[in-house]
Design a binder for this molecule. Structure first.
Ligand SMILES: [Zn+2]
Length: 70
């Protein structure tokens, strides 16, 4: 699990909507890194549970991810 800043709604007024910070699972981060110019992730940081524990793209939770790796 990572906490990432992604491209959001560029028409929005606030930076928080233009570049929302969301939790993403490792699978989605890995997939995005293969997406070339269609990449959605601006920056990725280490996982911060204060932004949530469910992947914004595929709804995998941090708990499910940890269980899948165990
Ligand atoms: Zn995911």
């Amino acid at each position: 699990m990572k906490t990432c800043t992604v491209y959001g709604d560029m028409q929005a007024d606030s930076a928080a909507e233009q570049y929302p910070t969301v939790p993403l699972c490792d699978d989605c981060v890995a997939e995005d890194s293969q997406a070339g110019e269609n990449r959605q992730i601006v920056t990725q940081k280490s996982y911060d549970p204060s932004y949530g524990d469910t992947c914004d793209w595929c709804s995998t939770t941090a708990e499910e991810e940890a269980a899948a790796k165990a």
